[in-house]
Design a binder for this molecule. Sequence first.
Ligand code: BGC
Length: 740
Amino acid sequence: MKMEQPVTTSAPAQAVSPRKWMTPDIVRQAEQLLSRMSLEDKVGQMTQYDWGFNPINPETGVSQRDLLLEEIRQGRVGSIFNLSGAEEANELQRAIQEHTSQQIPLLIGRDVIHGYKTVFPIPLAQASAWNPDLARRTAEAASRESLADGVAWVFAPMIDVSRDPRWGRIAESIGEDPLLTSQYAKAWVEGAQIDDGAGQATASCPKHFAGYGLAEAGRDYNTVDLSDHVLREVILPPFREAVDAGALSIMASFNEVNGIPVCANPYLLKTILRDEWGFEGIVASDYNALQELIVHGVAGSEEEAAERSILAGCDMDMHSGFYMRHLPKLVREGRVPERLIDESVLRILAVKIKLGLFEQPYVAIPPAEAAAEARATFTELAREAARESIVLLRNEGQVLPLRKEGVSIAVIGPLADNSKDPLGCWAMDGNPADVISLLEGIRQAAGAEAGAAIHYAEGCAIDADGEDGFEAALEAARQADVVVLALGEALEMSGESRSRTSLDLPGAQRKLVQAVAALGKPVVAVVLSGRPLALPWLQEHAAAIVQAWHLGVQSGHAIADVLFGDYNPSGRLSVTFPHNVGQVPIYYYRKKTGRPPAGVYSSYYIDSTTEPLYPFGYGLSYTSFEYSSITADRTSMSANGDLNLSVTVTNTGDHEGEEVVQCYIRDEVASVTQPLKKLIGFRKISLRPGESANVTLNVQSDSLAILDQDMKLTTEPGDFTVWIGPNASAGQTITIKVVE
Ligand code: BGC
């Protein structure tokens, strides 16, 4: 079988013009509106508030929401987020229509990160599918659900390249690789920006632009210090993809770049985003980030923070209220040109026009039946996405897949009878009642009909030291032929502001594993976590290890599908798993050092390996795949040419299965230091037992390009080593040459 389509290759971001959505017609409409607006009306459009933040003033008894409603009626608010449902959305839109002179509908936002009511796997899990198209479909489903509730602006995708598992927000990311993240960024933006065919549409908001994922020591909100090379080669390419895919907005991050927090950073917001990339959409600040300019110590007052932000190119102020309080005065005093206000407002109005909000500010409440029907389709998709997100890390003695018939299974652990934590870190619209727990999934798959005996015990809590439940767990295990241990993290342990210094299982879980394993029964460990955990010791106790992340509403069904072989696991890690915290940050895309590979003065640890526990791209299957050596139609090309490389991949086992064929390169000698390996393309293929596929990779010179010392994108002549294989630590190699 010949794979006709070439594998996608990476092209460092530069020189492509973004999709233009702001048509002359949209601009004309926006300008007409603008010409009728007062300065206060305009700044109102640049102002956004969190409707969910609702403290009540104890002295006056007045709630924040009452004050906000008054602001909305005055036309001093352009966007609101964190509403709860269609009725509330319609109510606020009605306040605009009935009370304001300009009647400009609100842009209603929400963090729709991995699903809305139907909760899908966390993004880091979806990334393990190495299937951007799947993410396109989950993003689209989430936007359909949220739009039905009046949410026309989803604060997604999160595309911060993330290399530190201590950072809780790694859960929301696509992982450590710029190419994989870029491909997901494109698909996610395309999926999230729906047009419902009846005049309403949604905008995405790729975030956090840029560098937020490199917070020092993995501590959320911590300082970021990154070179221009890392910024442009690692951090920015996914954002460039998102912009080129037509993203209608982008969120400026909390962190600093070159000493300037992004909301006040013209290098990022103007030079790169507008001048180099031609971005037309809205730049929104992250939550209260204008206020943070004061805390960062780069603005001495609210006024100064507002001034720096507008001058830097931030169009919308999320929640601080600084723009509303200070911009009109700053304009009147001549410190801020009104032209800048007009430009920002024009973009905001243009997005509102594009989304159809002026024609249809309200959403229809669908009949219950139609909503239930849509929900069923999304639930099916949630199961498909969850299955594909699971990564099989170990399977000694082929303990998996498990039999269903005539078998006795102990299901033990704090994540087993648990329908809350699989929802994951951004699931405020999800409902635990919709979640299939692992215990339920196993019962439905093997219990009733197949007749397996299931013995359940919790064993211990997720994050407490108590061992009172151990005896019941051991009793359950004694009765069983095989033990499934459901281990991991609570949903509150990853996500925003949830950084950890330990990457071990919390609480008494490790002791529980040791006690159960001592019985000598085969143990299958299922790890439900929001980050890579460092569990080298688990390999000594568990014959099989299944990395199941937080998988959303269909978690239990999806894991059961894998455990019983109804689905052959196909997930591959999008992030390196370390042996220990001391190795962090550890990622495959690292540089050579000047040191020899071994010896006392090489770059190593005296007390730990430098190798990962599981490398980037790694994952097992119930079948096995063999790679032929690489053949090439030619082995040299010019600096603007291309060539084709092929391998034959054969399914040598006895299950049908999917393999992710990965292609990495190394520029052996370049004018600027280069990574040891860099992913330039991949292809997910499905093979029946005995079947072979010929996978052809079209290597284009721009996927070999580097940024030279003048930050110019250039393909330098010389040798490149290429690997094609199953992960970042394996593969067949060949040398190719770029000639002058
Ligand atoms: C987060 C963003 C989020 C925003 C609104 C911030 O704290 O960093 O990711 O979109 O809040 O909820």
